[in-house]
Design a protein around this ligand. Structure first.
Ligand code: GRF
Length: 206
């Protein structure tokens, strides 16, 4: 945790990268004292890569093919992140489950954003799970990553209502809007050295 220098981030993406964009913008406005050292994508066509290149951020396409298991793939990811001296890893729409190889290399230093209020509705298609269940509120959760799926210590959550006529698309759009301020807020706390993990609970220092 670097309250003195700026925090070195590595961002892993697979898709459109609207969260990446929100993080870039928050760094540029000075809201977060951090620097994105590299953006790594498992998908060469991810629009997130265009967003990074536009800002002169180094990008690495690291595809799954050629790897027989997650451990081998993740070992290379760790090498790339280390080569950029990354301190905090950000999963911004990275559609792969991490193995222990990654989790052990960055203990309590990998953050994910999930489009539901964990521990409810983990895994894929969280917004559709929410609609199918019929809950009245959902939102987003930023959490540290452990070796389970969406099970790590929770850092911040933001709540949104579920409307009567919501579709997966309309609910996703409402959640994404709050993701774009919740993720930068969590990264800012980390970069300022204000997050202390105490077992499952994360203490936020004043
Ligand atoms: C977000 O909705 C996030 O909750 C989920 O993946 C989506 C990524 O969107 N983990 P984007 O690529 O940041 O636009």
């Amino acid at each position: 945790m670097s309250s003195r220098g700026s925090c070195r981030l590595g961002v892993l993406v697979s898709g459109s990268g609207t969260n990446l964009q929100a993080i870039i913008d928050s760094i540029e406005t000075g809201e977060i004292n951090a620097e994105i050292c590299c953006v790594i994508s498992n998908n060469a066509a991810a629009y997130a890569l265009t967003r990074a290149k536009r800002r002169g951020i180094p990008v690495v396409v690291h595809e799954n093919k050629g790897f027989t298991d997650r451990y081998g793939y993740d070992a290379v990811t760790v090498q790339i992140l280390r080569s950029y001296n990354v301190e905090l890893v950000i999963l911004a729409g990275f559609m792969r489950i991490l193995s222990e190889t990654m989790v052990n290399a960055f203990p309590n230093a990998i953050m994910n954003i999930h489009p539901a209020l964990l521990p409810a509705f983990p895994g894929l298609h969280a917004q559709q799970q929410v609609l199918n269940y019929g809950v009245r509120y959902s939102g987003c959760t930023v959490h540290f990553v452990d070796s389970g799926t969406d099970t790590g210590p929770i850092i911040l959550q933001t709540v949104v209502p579920v409307e009567q006529d919501d579709t997966e698309e309309s609910l996703s759009a409402r959640i994404q809007k709050v993701e774009h301020r919740t993720f930068p807020a969590a990264i800012r706390l980390y970069a300022d050295g204000k997050l202390i993990v105490e077992g499952r609970r994360v203490r936020i220092l004043p």
